[in-house]
Design a protein around this ligand. Structure first.
Ligand SMILES: Cc1ncc(C[n+]2csc(CCOP(=O)(O)OP(=O)(O)O)c2C)c(N)n1
Ligand SMILES: [Mg+2]
Length: 1105
């Protein structure tokens, strides 16, 4: 182990000093005594003072003496007499739980002293020294424990690194070793004994703290928790295993080792990221699961990286081995999903735990290559599962996170995730972290990859105990796992198991480790594997015979061979076998193109509005801030006028979904009030601390739960968490709001690896909404833009392909795209798009640019009629003014998106160009509303077309919309016959593309759309026609679980249809020009003055004829 020099500098606190007692005797200073009592008082907050010496037996000893002195001042030593006479003594608070070992020293007969007489000062000194030694072992024993199976990384300690250095500061000689010492209440090494000879005390401590387990826990603030841990490790006999238990460990280790060996034999040239050197991780996980199941857990959600993943799936989850082996066969997928992902796919298994005879659900969450990115996702999924099961204390659902040593300390998201662990709305009530610590990260040694002594130090920030254990000692590992599971079940807090092993091969099996770690690998080559070591031990002690060991191994190899043969008969892999969160019943019987209405009855809007604008029912006692009373009054006035601003529109969406039984969860920094102080979902009593009222939780008696939670100041972990939460149940609206849109870039890996690509990689749908405040308002250099261009760049619709037109054009596009990007300009459209997330028969993430100043803009209001029955989300909002009414007069159409619309209309009004310039809002940017853009362009046949945006030219939507506009403008079909002819004469590009397009469209007319969309796999991929996942032809065949029939990517551009060859001028001769800022490096526009200048220039350019 790599350890910092400082770790062992024995920085004993003044109170732990061996001379403490002498000093106490000599001192008459009340100041010094006050220090002692103060230390006792702060013990629950300060770990260093967690066990001051004026506590436990010492405290009671002093107190005893004090009482005796009160009765008879001559009964104590003169120094005590003097001290007590000085009135310095204050009885210390006795916080230690009463234990067996709290008898006063005087109760013992030490070395011939008369029983019942006061011990002399040496006896006191020596007892204090022994107490200090015990404490020293508890604090520092792990520093010199034998944790490294290779024994290479010995501690870098100053001076003596032997166990004696733990008590080097105390002068006991050989002659003291047989002396009997009373044990303090802070140790359990005595078992039933109240005192032990010093030799035995040291032996026992060494065994407990410096052997194959290193327990790091004395930094924990809670004395109860420290004692709990001490008891689990110190009590004599805790490491005794029965022969049955030992056989079980051996059998499990045989499987774990056999699995790696089998893969190595069959797939020698494949990367496996094997577990060799840390195979004990498999029995370890099983032990954690067994004990947790015994203690009531029914569902375990795991997140893990590449190393040992297949072994975990095989031997922990018991995923059929043939399914795992088919992943190696390089088979085509029978269904959608991406290629080489065997180290990333998830799984979900429900099975009987044979050891506990209880049913258990195990899920391994699909993960990307990005190490540790899956951590918060697992936590969110776990939290959601707890929520839906009503498991408020986490007794039934738990998470296990498995980490590599280098990643655990290197990746910041680990820290961010740890910090969620105790937050009321994010806790999963304790996670067990298992570090597969092979003491290397790829080719990098720990001393170059971390500055902390251990790779696990990050866990100390949340007071999680850390159990380091030598991975070559299976029984020690099992004990640690049992304690970890019990810890979680008792305290519902995180803990860490640091399995210190090694990596027998290179980073993968093809890598040569001797290039970079020659000495380590020389040692590894000579090192017997853990299974052999353990088998030898059990044979030697007579628990098993050599034959038994062989036969268990042979049996498992047979199982593998049979599965291997079965795997050979498979012709395809099926990604549906690898779903981590199947949505039972969600897709069942659903028309995949039917969107439920998003408008609701006006009376519902009024009811929600009234509730949302009312103080709590006990208003008389609940003192609301005056400013908020004004906000509520303004809301009430709006409801009376039947109009909604942004906050009210949002509340209408949430409230109506809650009414329909849809759980809504909004999370992010300061979301309860809203960064821009517009939301105010939680009203705070101005006179009573923590008394709050949330009207959205009280809309209807039988409504679904609403949760709005201010998060920690993290984007990466919190967005990942909400993504995980959204995976669990499709019938929930889960929203994450960035404080400012641009801050989402610190969560980029969640966006890139999970949200934009989760469905295509892992067949994982999610309806997560990202609310990203966006708008160039001169507010500050970094707060202008949510970088919508980045989201658009990752949208999967083809810019050059105009999909077949039909009534369901909009929903088909949504079905096939990876996510939706929108920038709504009205509260009604915001309301509809949120409700549409649930109304859709599938789930897509929604990236929503949200306003800042528009939140209070007098014109950014919507009448209830735009939200009530019959209304719906408008992908494009046409110009409904004079221009739209008389389109032939229009000279210019300005297309735009978001808040700039209001600046444009204002300028148009000022310039009195309302009849000549039409302003059309593109509210849903992606998937691009080709059909509606085409319709608008055709409406204003003779007008010039421009795209106006306030973002810089290389940012915003321009680069995304430009080619799509051209495709839309180019698409002349379905315009009148004469239009089509005239447009074809204007063609400036090859007609090849037109032909293809015609083919498709005629195809589209001759076949039902669904037949094309869900066409059977082509013959080259084959497939079992009996497999319901593959019988995609004809009408949609709804699946029980979400699977691939719901995920087709051909609508946006069917395979085999050539894209337009990059035409930038439409063959119709029409084009679209850009109006706005020039290219820029920053999202900002410099000073406010510059911002205004630039904005005016763009408005003038856009609004001119
Ligand atoms: C975020 C991230 N950065 C870099 C990598 C490349 N990478 C893959 S494995 C690895 C080493 C991981 O070491 P460790 O966490 O100790 O796990 P081990 O492979 O030793 O089990 C690295 C750097 C990655 N996958 N993810
Ligand atoms: Mg490692």
């Amino acid at each position: 182990m790599h350890r910092a020099h400082t770790a062992f500098s024995l920085a004993l606190s003044p109170m732990a000093h061996k001379n403490f007692a002498t000093w106490l005797l000599k001192s008459s200073s009340s100041q010094q005594m006050a220090k002692v009592t103060a230390a006792a008082a702060v013990r629950t907050y300060n770990s260093a003072a967690a066990e001051p010496f004026a506590n436990g037996s010492t405290a009671s000893y002093v107190e005893e003496m004090y009482n005796a002195w009160l009765r008879d001042p001559t009964s104590v030593h003169t120094s005590w007499d003097a001290y007590f006479r000085s009135n310095s003594y204050v009885s210390p608070p006795n916080l230690a739980p009463v234990q067996a070992n709290t008898l006063p020293l005087t109760a013992f007969n030490f070395g011939g002293a008369v029983a019942g007489a006061a011990p002399d000062s040496k006896t006191i000194d020596d007892h204090l020294a022994v107490q200090a030694i015990i404490r020293s072992y508890q604090i520092r024993g792990h520093n010199i424990a034998h944790l490294d199976p290779l024994e290479i990384n010995t501690p870098e300690l100053p001076g003596n690194s032997s166990t004696k250095s733990i008590y080097a500061n105390f002068s006991f000689g050989e002659q003291d070793m047989d002396r009997q010492f009373k044990l303090p209440s802070t140790t359990f090494i005595g078992g039933d004994e109240a005192s032990l000879p010093l030799k035995e005390i040291l032996n026992r401590l060494e065994n407990v703290y410096c052997n194959k387990i290193g327990v790091e826990f004395m930094f924990i603030n809670s004395l109860e928790q420290c004692n709990w841990i001490r008891k689990r490790f110190e009590t004599p006999g805790v490491l005794n295993f029965s022969p049955e238990e030992k056989r079980l460990i051996l059998a499990r280790l045989t499987r774990a080792t056999g699995f790696e060996a089998f893969l190595a034999k069959k797939y020698s040239s494949e990367k496996r990221f094997g577990l060799e050197g840390c195979e004990i991780m498999i029995p370890a996980l099983k032990e954690i699961i067994d004990v947790s199941t015994e203690l009531g857990v029914e569902s375990v959600i795991m997140g893990m990286p590449h190393r040992g993943r297949l072994n975990t799936l095989a031997n922990v989850c018991r995923k059929p081995l043939n399914q795992i082996f088919t992943q190696f066969a390089g088979l085509e997928a029978a269904d959608d999903g991406s290629g080489d992902v065997k180290y990333h796919l998830g799984t979900y298994i429900e099975r009987l735990n044979r050891v506990t005879n209880k049913n258990i659900r195990l899920a391994v969450v699909a993960n990307p290559s990005h190490l540790e990115a899956v951590d918060p996702v697992v936590q969110g999924k776990t939290r959601a599962e707890q929520f839906y099961r009503g498991d408020q204390e986490g007794k039934k659902v738990m998470s296990i996170l498995i980490h590599g040593d280098a990643a655990f300390c290197g990746q910041g998201v680990v820290y961010e995730t740890m910090h969620l662990s105790d937050l009321p709305d994010y806790t999963t009530h304790g996670t067990i972290h298992v570090v597969a610590n092979n003491q290397i990260g790829f080719t990098t040694d720990p001393r170059f990859s971390r500055s902390s002594p251990y790779c696990t130090d990050v866990a100390r920030v949340v007071n999680a105990p850390i159990f380091h254990v030598n991975a070559d000692d299976p029984e020690a590992v099992m004990h640690v796992c049992k304690v970890a599971a019990e810890w979680r079940a008792t305290f519902h807090k995180d803990c860490v198991i640091d399995l210190v092993g090694y990596r027998r091969n290179g980073h993968n099996e093809i890598d040569e480790p001797m290039f970079t770690q020659p000495l380590m690998y020389q040692k590894i080559r000579k090192h017997k594997n853990c299974l052999d070591l353990y088998a030898d031990k059990l044979i030697a002690e007579g628990t098993v015979t050599a034959e038994e060991v062989k036969s268990v191994a042979a049996k498992y190899e047979n199982i593998c061979e049979e599965a291997f043969a079965l795997a050979k008969t498979e012709t395809h892999v099926k990604y549906k076998d690898w779903l981590d969160s199947p949505w039972s019943g969600f897709f069942e019987g659903k028309d995949p193109l039917k969107v439920a209405p998003t408008g609701v009855k006006e009376e519902t809007l009024i009811h929600i509005g009234n509730r949302f604008s009312s103080p709590p029912p006990n208003a008389a006692e609940f003192v609301i801030h005056k400013g908020l009373l004004r906000v509520l009054a303004a809301r009430k006035a709006m409801v009376d006028e039947k109009v909604a601003d942004w906050a009210l529109g949002e509340a209408m969406a949430f409230g109506s979904l809650l009414k329909e039984g849809i759980h809504v969860r909004l999370s992010g920094q300061d979301v309860e009030r809203g960064t821009f102080s517009h939301r105010h979902h939680v009203l705070h009593h101005q006179l009573v601390d923590k008394a709050t009222y949330n009207s959205l939780q009280h809309m209807y008696p039988d409504q679904a739960p609403y949760s709005v939670s201010n998060s920690s100041l993290s984007e990466y972990a919190v967005l990942g968490f909400e993504h995980g939460y959204s995976m669990t149940n499709p019938n929930a609206l889960v929203l994450w709001e960035a404080q400012f849109g641009d801050f989402s870039n610190t969560a980029q890996s969640i966006i890139d690896q999970f949200i934009s690509s989760g469905q295509s990689k892992w067949v994982r749908q999610s309806g997560l909404v990202m609310l990203l405040p966006h708008g160039m308002e001169g507010m500050g250099p970094e707060h202008s833009s949510c970088r919508v261009e980045r989201f658009l760049q990752m949208s999967s619709d083809d810019p050059d392909y105009f999909p077949p037109e039909s009534d369901e054009f909009g929903v088909r596009q949504l079905h096939d795209i990876n996510w939706i990007v929108a920038n709504c300009s009205t509260p009604a459209n915001y309301y509809h798009i949120l409700r549409r997330q649930i109304a859709l028969p599938f789930r897509k993430p929604l990236i929503l640019c949200t306003p800042k100043s528009l939140l209070r803009h007098p014109e950014a209001k919507s009448p209830f009629s735009e939200m009530s029955e019959g209304s719906e989300f408008q992908r494009i909002i046409p110009d409904n003014g004079p221009a739209g009414q008389n389109p032939s007069n229009v000279k210019k159409v300005v297309f735009c998106s978001g808040r700039v619309y209001y600046d444009l209309t204002k300028t148009r009004r000022e310039k009195q160009l309302e009849g000549e310039i039409a302003i059309v809002r593109v509210e849903q940017i992606s998937p691009f509303p080709f059909d509606l853009v085409k319709e608008q362009a055709n409406l204003y046949k003779n007008a010039e077309l421009v795209w106006a945006q306030e973002e810089h030219k290389n940012q915003g939507s321009w680069t995304y919309v430009q080619p799509r506009f051209l495709t839309a403008l180019n698409h002349s079909r379905d315009v009148s016959q004469s239009d089509e002819q005239s447009s074809s004469t204007n063609t400036t590009t090859t007609t090849d593309h037109t032909n293809h397009e015609s083919d498709t469209d005629s195809d589209s007319k001759s076949k039902p759309w669904l037949s094309r969309m869900f066409a059977a796999p082509n013959s080259s991929t084959g497939g079992d026609p009996k497999d319901p996942a593959q019988t995609l032809g004809g009408d949609f065949n709804a699946a029980k679980h979400f699977d691939l029939k719901n995920v087709r990517h051909d609508f946006n551009r069917p395979a085999g249809i050539a894209a337009a060859p990059g035409a930038r001028i439409a063959k119709t001769g029409r084009k679209i020009s850009y109006v706005g800022r020039a290219c820029g490096a920053s999202t900002a526009t410099g000073s406010k003055a510059q911002h205004i200048r630039e904005l005016n220039a763009l408005l003038n350019d856009a609004i001119s004829t």
